[in-house]
Design a binder for this molecule. Structure first.
Ligand SMILES: *Cc1c(COP(=O)(O)O)cnc(C)c1O
Length: 373
């Protein structure tokens, strides 16, 4: 095998060029245009709940806008899963608010509902106030335990922002990730489920909120003949050309989800009887991960050494996200429950899961990995 096997490469659908050409021909190379509307319609149709979707310049921008729409301000606290990419938490700081991290439970690797409950109670006790929002993450596509998280959030009346950046197509109890909280966010960065070469989306609870999101994302221009601003706005809309790429990508989205699941099944079957490596599985019938990336836990081997050895054999793998409580920039932030996330990080590895990889290439990864653990 002479080609390098990469972790997760963007894959063109083939129809993107058609939509881009259409946009160019109609002079829609402006920020907003018909392809933005069409991309939003396609995402909304895929999610199937009727919730309006607002296309934005990134997933990070979508989290930031969700927090702005929830009125998160300096002095507020916002709860965020600790085992995640920093982009889940950074928008809390953009708002001048303080992140409070919550650790993971082992099976989903996502926010532990018991620790969430403990965190809320302790913040109430020590600060006298409730956190302003909760950001659970569906890491690597695996749904968080949304039934319990929503029950706790609802009991305290705290809105949930679902970070579904990696979980487009995943479901929990038959409901699509991103549609269960007050807001959901998606990412179309290069290596996510689908790409617009860079982009994101905000899944909104209703049309009025979506309208407000669009207003804030286009510099908060009031409807007057001159530029007039009552609130601070942002330049967060997705460009029409990017949306044209997204229109093409939407046509193969269902296929891509199936392919990621098939790749996960290949890994799972290969290592089914192994004792030194465990492939993450849906922990119950309610869970239906898109398996954006297949992740494994190694019983003995050091994941960093395995990663290096795989790289020498032209196979790209990646360590798990390093928990936020282990990041210097968040060293001062409170964190409830660090043990499980740190253990997952210390023995976890993400395996090549791109939809352009063949079954033969995945089996080659399996055979190579087997010799290294
Ligand atoms: C990619 C990602 C984001 C940010 O999305 P961008 O489009 O890159 O800004 C946020 N959260 C998680 C978990 C991600 O993987």
């Amino acid at each position: 095998m002479d080609e390098r096997i990469l972790l997760s490469m963007p894959q063109v659908a083939g129809t993107e060029q058609k939509y881009i050409t259409e946009a160019m021909a109609d002079h829609w190379i402006v920020p907003l245009g018909p392809h933005v509307d069409e991309f939003e319609r396609r995402l909304q149709a895929f999610l199937g709940t009727g919730q309006p979707v607002v296309a934005l310049s990134s997933g990070t921008a979508a989290i930031h806008l969700a927090l702005v729409l929830l009125g998160v301000e300096p002095g507020d606290e916002v709860i965020c899963q600790s085992l995640t990419f920093s982009a889940s938490a950074n928008p809390i700081v953009y708002c001048g608010a303080k992140p409070v991290f919550v650790g993971s439970e082992a099976s989903t690797m996502n926010m532990d509902p018991d620790l969430l409950e403990e965190a809320i109670a302790d913040r109430l006790r020590t600060t006298g106030r409730l956190p302003k929002a909760i950001i659970p993450v569906h890491l690597y596509g695996m749904p968080a335990r949304m039934d319990r998280i929503m029950a706790i959030a609802d009991r305290y009346g705290i809105p949930v922002v679902e970070d579904a950046a990696e979980a487009l197509g995943s479901e929990f109890a038959g409901r699509k990730c991103g549609t269960m909280g007050r807001f959901g966010i998606l990412s179309f960065n290069g290596n996510k489920m689908i790409t617009t070469s860079g982009g994101g989306a905000l899944i909104c609870p209703d049309a009025a909120t979506a309208q407000r999101a669009k207003f804030l994302a286009t510099q908060a221009r009031e409807n007057r003949p001159y530029y007039y601003h009552e609130v601070i706005g942002y330049n967060y809309r997705l460009s029409n050309i990017s949306a044209a790429i997204g229109c093409g990508q939407c046509e193969v989205l269902a296929e891509r989800v199936e392919r990621r699941r098939r790749i996960h099944a290949l890994y799972s079957t290969y290592f089914a009887a192994a004792t030194d490596i465990t492939v993450q599985q849906n922990p119950g019938p309610e869970f239906n991960s898109n398996f954006w990336l297949t992740t494994v836990q190694l019983a003995q081997a050091d994941p960093e050494l395995v990663r290096q050895a795989l790289a020498e054999r032209k196979i790209e793998s990646r360590l798990l996200w390093r928990p936020m409580d282990m990041q210097p920039v968040y060293a001062q932030a409170p964190c409830y429950g660090t043990e499980v996330a740190e253990r997952l990080f210390n023995s976890g590895l993400c395996l090549p899961s791109g939809t352009n990889l063949t079954d033969e290439q995945i089996l080659h990864v399996c055979r190579t990995l087997e010799t290294l653990i």
